[in-house]
Every structure is written in structure tokens, then in C-alpha cells.
Design a protein around this ligand. Structure first.
Ligand SMILES: NC(=O)c1ccc[n+]([C@@H]2O[C@H](COP(=O)([O-])OP(=O)(O)OC[C@H]3O[C@@H](n4cnc5c(N)ncnc54)[C@H](O)[C@@H]3O)[C@@H](O)[C@H]2O)c1
Length: 247
């Protein structure tokens, strides 16, 4: 796939699947701008890829508008937005505080909405654009002990479908990639038990293929979804879970 001349903005681009996606887009010739609140991690990706960066919080709509303006000022266009920034809280409803509930929805749902809304205007003017949201298998099926996360991913899936319909005639395709278990730093995030080899093995054994995905295996699907090869695809949830939800 060749993305030469295309400008791709990737939120959460400093880590995990966002960073892997940034790497793949750079390798395919795109100009890449990563958007992330973790300046230290983002600096490493910028050094590695020679890409641009906007540091800030995607749950802040003012920042999202500024980040897109910065992209337009620098490159004059925005072809691809990948919304990969996300967080998790691991708790059932009785153990989820107001602050945790709001934090997850602010980042995962508001962040996707604010960045997408900021990008839709310029994409509509261009008469073309692609948005890819990171949903999850937990947006389609339930899971134990992650109620806020499941709710947020379900909301992302419905936002994806609704926005896709609103902008299908504007030449903008909007889809979600829905990964299963992926080996990223999020695995350890907010977990009460340590990430031991035994835990990794348990997680791997729960997957029909018998292993977790590596971030690049999701990033490659994102690149396909952003490419002209996916020209008839919009409003779709693309599951990449090695059969997890096929049962
Ligand atoms: N890891 C998995 O198993 C898995 C499975 C399905 C879906 N997902 C989703 O994939 C996406 C990427 O996850 P990952 O596993 O690569 O996570 P990760 O923790 O490795 O990376 C997430 C990145 O998002 C950034 N971020 C978080 N909140 C932000 C905010 N408010 N503003 C700006 N940046 C912010 C972080 O700094 C980090 O760089 C997330 O949306 C996640 O929910 C992950």
C-alpha cells in the first residue's frame, strides 16, 4: 500500500497500536502526525519516525480543534484520522467511582467525537477522507469487570455507524477496527494483579488461535481500511480477534 502524499493523524500514537499504526503509515510513505498526551513516549516515536506531533488531551475539544488546525497549517490537508487514544478501568459497577466512569467516557467517547468532529470539516471541504476508530470486541460483547470500558467501546461503535451515514455523501469513509487481546502496555494498565508469564499464558489460552495479537497485526488492518482497496467500506466494525468472538 502506498500512502505517499497522504497526511495521517493518529491519536494515541505514542504507544501500543497507535505507535504501530504510525510506523506502518510512515513506512508506506504518509506524512504522520501523532496526537498524544504522553510527551515522553511521543518524543521517542517522533525521533524514530521523523513524524510531527501534537501533545495534549483528546478529551479537551479546544485542544482537538487546535491539533487539527496545526495539521492543516503545516500540510494543507488531512486525509486520514485514526482514533487510537484510549484508557481502561478494570472494575464492575459497584467498584467504579464517578471519577473513573467519567474519565473513561471522557477519553474514549468524547475524545473520538471531538477529534472526528474537528477533522470532518476539512475532510468535507476536500471531498474525501477516512476515519478509523479503535473500538473493541468489548464494544460488541460483554466482559466481566470492565463495565465503563465496555460502555465506552459500544458508544464508539454506534458513533462510527451514525457518523458514517451522516458523511457517506461527503466522500468520507468512517469505520472501526475491533481488536481482541493485543500485547500492548494497556494490558498492565489498572490491573490489580501483576502481569506475570502465567497471566500472559492465561490470556493467550483464552484466544482460539492460542496467542495474543502483536500491535502490528492490527495496524496492518488499519492501513488496509484507510486505503483505496477499502473504497466500498464504511460504517463497518472490523473484528480482528483470532476467533475470540466467533464462538
Ligand atoms: N490492548 C488491547 O488488548 C486492546 C484491545 C481492543 C481495543 N483496544 C483499544 O485500542 C486503542 C489503543 O490501545 P493500546 O492497547 O495500544 O493502548 P496503549 O495504552 O498502549 O496506548 C494508548 C495511548 O493513548 C494515549 N492516551 C490515553 N489517553 C489519552 C488522552 N486523553 N489524550 C491523548 N492521548 C491519550 C496514551 O498516552 C497512549 O500513548 C485503545 O482505544 C484501546 O481501548 C486495545
Amino acid at each position: 500500500m502506498d500512502f505517499t502524499g497522504k497526511v495521517a493523524v493518529i491519536t494515541g500514537g505514542a504507544s501500543g497500536m497507535g505507535a504501530a499504526t504510525a510506523r506502518e503509515f510512515r513506512a508506506a510513505g504518509a506524512e504522520v502526525v501523532i496526537v498524544d498526551r504522553n510527551a515522553g513516549l511521543a518524543a521517542q516515536v517522533v525521533d524514530e519516525l521523523g513524524c510531527a506531533v501534537a501533545i495534549g488531551d483528546v478529551s479537551d475539544s479546544v485542544f482537538c480543534n487546535m491539533a487539527v488546525e496545526k495539521v492543516l497549517k503545516r500540510y494543507g490537508r488531512l486525509d486520514i484520522l485514526v482514533n487510537a487514544a484510549g484508557i481502561i478501568v478494570r472494575a464492575d459497577a459497584l467498584n467504579t467511582s464517578d471519577e473513573q466512569w467519567q474519565r473513561v467516557l471522557n477519553v474514549n467517547v468524547n475524545g473520538v467525537f471531538f477529534m472526528s468532529r474537528a477533522a470532518l470539516g476539512p475532510m468535507k471541504k476536500q471531498g474525501q477522507g477516512v476515519i478509523i476508530n479503535f473500538g473493541s470486541i468489548w464494544g460488541e460483547v460483554g466482559a466481566v469487570g470492565v463495565v465503563a470500558y465496555c460502555a465506552s467501546k459500544g458508544a464508539i461503535h454506534q458513533m462510527t455507524r451514525a457518523m458514517a451515514l451522516d458523511h457517506v455523501k461527503d466522500g468520507i469513509r468512517i469505520n472501526a477496527v475491533c481488536p481482541g487481546e493485543v500485547n500492548t502496555p494497556m494490558l498492565a494498565s489498572e490491573r490489580s494483579e501483576p502481569v506475570t508469564p502465567e497471566l500472559m499464558q492465561r490470556l493467550a489460552e483464552a484466544v482460539p488461535l492460542g496467542r495474543m495479537a502483536e500491535p502490528v497485526e492490527i495496524a496492518r488492518v488499519v492501513l488496509f481500511m484507510a486505503s483505496d482497496a477499502a473504497s466500498y467500506m464504511t460504517g463497518a466494525m472490523i473484528t480482528v480477534d483470532a476467533g475470540y468472538t466467533a464462538r
